[in-house]
Design a protein around this ligand. Structure first.
Ligand code: BEZ
Length: 219
């Protein structure tokens, strides 16, 4: 019998097409390639239902769902639990705290999706998915991946910041510096030829440290 330490640990990488799958969720069956059409998708795993850190994280996604929606982004959770466990947990959190996990959560009992997305990292846990976050663009390309261990909760501000940074980078063809947040200056891509370098050096209209590090405001 295959043990978790023998699972195929091939992981999707940034730039890959998001592997397609069909799965049972708390909102019925979904097929990834048909889910969140023309939208960004943030897909995240949690180790187990009815556990403390996971409850805080899922509540974070639920409370800030409107911010994801404002960024044209759908949410999709996952754990290696049954749909019955998911329903019980969602209802329990709603009763106890008033927070409702109003997004689909995959019941990945056969670990099909977890394996496909490298969420099973057996040296961290033999039985649970790690805390993964996949940022998938409207073309269903994986654009950013986060993996956190079981004992450290994620940061919702950073998840939203990274999502916004990807979208701003795409829209304006710029890069984003350390700690960038909405409203901050953005990085103009560095020159690629000697001519572009000379043009950049003589351009006094932009803020620059040198030709390779120039910033501008987005209007
Ligand atoms: C938690 O969410 O608190 C948790 C889940 C699995 C292992 C350790 C912590």
């Amino acid at each position: 019998m295959e043990t978790l330490t023998q699972v195929n640990t091939a992981m999707p990488r940034i730039g890959d097409k998001a592997p397609d799958f069909e799965a049972v969720t708390t909102k019925g069956k979904i097929v990834l390639s048909e889910y969140a059409r023309d939208q960004w998708l943030v897909m995240f795993s949690h180790p187990a239902d009815f556990t403390p850190v996971c409850t805080t994280e899922m509540s974070g996604f639920a409370k800030r769902k409107k911010e994801f929606e404002a960024l044209n982004t759908a949410l999709l959770g996952l754990s290696i639990d049954s749909v019955h466990a998911h329903l019980g947990w969602v209802n329990n959190v709603r009763e106890k705290t008033g927070v409702y996990f109003d997004f689909p959560i995959i019941a990945d009992l056969d670990m099909k999706v977890s394996k496909l997305y490298g969420m099973l990292q057996p040296n961290e846990s033999e039985t649970a998915a790690v805390r993964a976050v996949f940022f998938i663009d409207p073309e269903k390309k994986i654009r950013l991946i986060m993996y956190y261990p079981l004992n450290v909760g994620r940061n919702m501000d950073e998840i939203l910041r990274a999502l916004q940074a990807l979208q701003v980078s795409d829209k304006h063809k710029v890069a984003l510096p350390l700690d960038w947040k909405k409203g901050d200056k953005v990085i103009i891509p560095p020159p690629k030829t000697l001519q572009e370098m000379d043009e950049r050096i003589s351009d006094d209209s932009i803020e620059k440290v040198d030709f390779y590090l120039a910033m501008k405001d987005l209007n």
